[in-house]
Design a protein around this ligand. Structure first.
Ligand SMILES: Cc1cc2nc3c(=O)[nH]c(=O)nc-3n(C[C@H](O)[C@H](O)[C@H](O)COP(=O)(O)OP(=O)(O)OC[C@H]3O[C@@H](n4cnc5c(N)ncnc54)[C@H](O)[C@@H]3O)c2cc1C
Length: 624
């Protein structure tokens, strides 16, 4: 028996990291939005590592923030420690990572959701997506609520028909024992979406009072305060340490002796796991030559004694996990309060989606997050934001937002999933972004805030702060070019850096190009330079020091954009196009890429096939 569950512009299914961003985007763009989730106690839940950011993931968080999203603000508010990773490498891979207080993060996000105008958050299980004339029109819940909606976003994460396993023990449920979603998989299949079975895993949690910290190495955060959000005024200090320790040969022996009791090695788990977050079993088997693996003991929060064992993800039986943990220095008397487990779940094949994250076959239906085959809080939140914006633009009948690979990591993420697809959990990495020299985390606002403003997501407060920052940076760049230091001052600065003296004087820009010369010290000898905040100075410095690389990359971007702009007609039968190889004909017909650039990234489509397409377009054999 169904009942009227209400009428909304947008319906978001699932309040994980993707669903939260999607729901906020729709409501903030002025639409009546309903966020339905299995358990309100699992809003923005971090089932795995209590951390946000990291290599390339820090870039995603900054981009979400620059577009007007929420994750960066909540991460800053609830951070226990901040670290700038890869600071010894080039600026393009500098990545911020914070240790988060998990429960505080959930509460911070829940408070924002529950106080957001035009947003209703309700607990229920969506069982079926409803369509009318092939277009989405709402959903039916397991408790019988029939909801009418003009667009629907599926952000169901790792809960679809999920099952968790620890050794011989298993249960049909979501992470940490939350209920799972039993019915939606079939409904998605009826809509023509093909499903994959993926898996991931998490380590045990231990009671921090039972650890021996003297036997481990404290890992403190940065002294320099950092923040994810461009809006955060009081950047975050780092009061809480993590601890570093290592497995050893005794640990490895116990694991190898019990591999047959591991659901993964025993064949009980069917799902495909992630290559870049291997379980400890995987590491011992794959890197048998290594006699130790590093582990980080991370705080789960200020108000809990639970500690997370980063690097010890396992689905071995609980008794084996306890035995192996007690071989690790500092954990000899550890009380295991939650054993690690593996979880397998249904997700879709993202090739069914357009780069807007809309389902090509069902107008108005969007998918975001782990349901699309990705892995990671940040990857999920980025997709949630993009899908939310596009669901809102769909309802408003406005031009969709497609972020290109040269504009953002979010563009790389959406394009990789929807054009290349994935057969295992997809994790973002800097190596995936061919234009990473220009996609730095410090300039995310310069690349994206105008776009966020144009779609109606960036608030006046954020836009004003952005314009002021941009103007400060532009003024500084102009002054650097036009301010020349005397020969004496130039040489004094070069001497300070152990660099040879020269007969000529330099502009500040020329001096800043020199290794280790900073904007701050230049300003001491050239007070005409405007005062900048640390964040503003980082961008100005990096733009000057990497100018050559950036210019070269911008040239590459212009070249690829030519292919990106060559549009391809939809619903084309490429089998009829002579000169194309069989695999290319099949893949192009199945995927219907919208641009030649996209076609060039489909696996199995060669440069020769692209040449055939370009000639066909020139000759008019291919037309809209
Ligand atoms: C055990 C485990 C280990 C992990 N390890 C890692 C790791 O090491 N590294 C990493 O990067 N990522 C890891 N992840 C993945 C990370 O947690 C996810 O990437 C991230 O949480 C995905 O966010 P999401 O919003 O897509 O989905 P989720 O956070 O899974 O949220 C989905 C939401 O949808 C709701 N929901 C689902 N179905 C329905 C329905 N039918 N009706 C209503 N509501 C519904 C759920 O209640 C939930 O709130 C791990 C996840 C798990 C479970």
């Amino acid at each position: 028996m169904s009942y009227n569950g209400g009428t909304f512009d947008c319906l978001v299914i699932g309040a994980g990291h993707a669903g939260c961003e999607a729901a906020l985007a729709c409501a903030r763009m002025g639409l009546e939005t309903l966020l339905l989730t299995l358990s309100k106690d699992a809003i923005a839940f971090m089932p795995c590592n209590p951390a946000i950011g990291g290599t390339s993931k820090g870039h995603l968080v900054r981009e979400i923030d620059a577009l007007g999203g929420q994750m960066g603000i909540c991460a800053d508010e609830t951070a226990l420690q901040m670290k700038m990773l890869n600071s010894g490498k080039g600026a393009a891979v500098h990545s911020l990572r914070c240790q988060s207080d998990k429960m505080a993060y959930q509460l911070a996000m829940r408070r924002v959701l529950e106080h957001q105008e035009r947003l209703t958050v309700r607990q229920d299980e969506v069982a079926e997506i409803l369509t009318e004339n092939g277009r989405v029109c709402g959903a039916l819940t397991a408790q019988g609520a029939e909801i009418k909606a003009r667009s629907v976003i599926v952000a169901t994460g790792v809960y679809l028909k999920s099952r968790i396993l620890t050794g011989e023990w298993e249960r049909d449920c979501g992470p940490s024992g939350f209920v799972n979603a039993r019915f939606l998989s079939e409904s998605l299949q009826k809509l023509g979406l093909s499903l994959q079975r993926f898996k991931t895993g998490t380590p045990a949690r231990v009671d921090g009072r039972t650890l021996d910290y003297d036997k481990m190495e404290a890992q403190w955060g940065e002294k320099t305060p950092y923040s994810f959000s461009f809006l955060t005024r009081e950047a975050v200090q780092s009061p809480v340490p993590c601890y570093l320790t290592y497995t050893n040969t005794r640990t490895h022996e116990i694991i190898l002796k019990n591999l047959d009791r591991s659901p993964m090695y025993g064949g009980k788990i069917k799902g495909t796991g992630t290559r870049y977050c291997p379980s400890i079993e995987d590491k011992i088997v794959r890197f048998a030559d290594k006699d130790r693996h590093q582990l980080f003991v991370e705080p789960e929060g200020l108000y809990t004694t639970e500690k997370y064992l980063q690097g010890l993800s396992s689905s071995l039986p609980a008794d084996v996990q306890i035995e192996m943990i007690h071989t690790i220095p500092g954990l000899e008397r550890a009380s295991v309060v939650r054993p690690g487990y593996a979880i397998e779940y249904d997700c879709i094949d993202p090739l069914a989606l357009a780069p807007t994250l809309g389902v090509k076959a069902v107008p108005g239906l969007f998918c975001a997050g782990q349901i699309n085959g990705s892995s990671g809080y940040e990857e999920a939140a980025a997709q949630g934001l993009l899908a939310g914006v596009n669901a809102a633009l769909f309802v408003k009948n406005e031009k969709p937002l497609i972020l290109s690979r040269s504009e953002s990591y979010i563009g790389v993420l959406a394009d990789d999933l929807t054009v290349k697809g994935t057969k295992e959990p997809y994790r973002m990495m800097t190596s995936r972004a061919e234009f990473r020299q220009t996609l730095r985390q410090d300039n995310a606002d310069l690349r994206l805030t105008e776009i966020g403003r144009a779609v109606g997501l960036v608030t006046d407060e954020r836009y004003a702060a952005f314009c002021e920052k941009r103007e400060n940076q532009a003024q500084a760049a102009r002054k650097l070019k036009n301010t020349r230091l005397s020969r004496e001052d130039s040489n004094a600065l070069l001497r300070a850096h152990g660099q040879g003296e020269t007969p000529q004087s330099f502009t500040c820009e020329e001096l800043l190009r020199r290794k280790d010369v900073s904007y701050r010290e230049l300003r001491q000898v050239a007070p005409a330079l405007p005062r900048l905040t640390d964040a503003e100075a980082v961008t100005v410095e990096t733009d000057v020091k990497y100018e050559g690389y950036i210019k070269k990359q911008e040239l590459q971007i212009r070249q690829t954009e030519k292919l990106e702009k060559r549009r391809l007609p939809q619903n084309t039968d490429y089998a009829k196009l002579p000169g194309l190889r069989l695999e290319a004909r099949q893949k192009l017909t199945k995927q219907q890429p919208t641009t030649v650039g996209q076609a060039s990234r489909i696996s199995g489509v060669s440069p020769a096939d692209i040449a055939v397409l370009l000639v066909a377009l020139e000759k008019g054999d291919l037309h809209e």
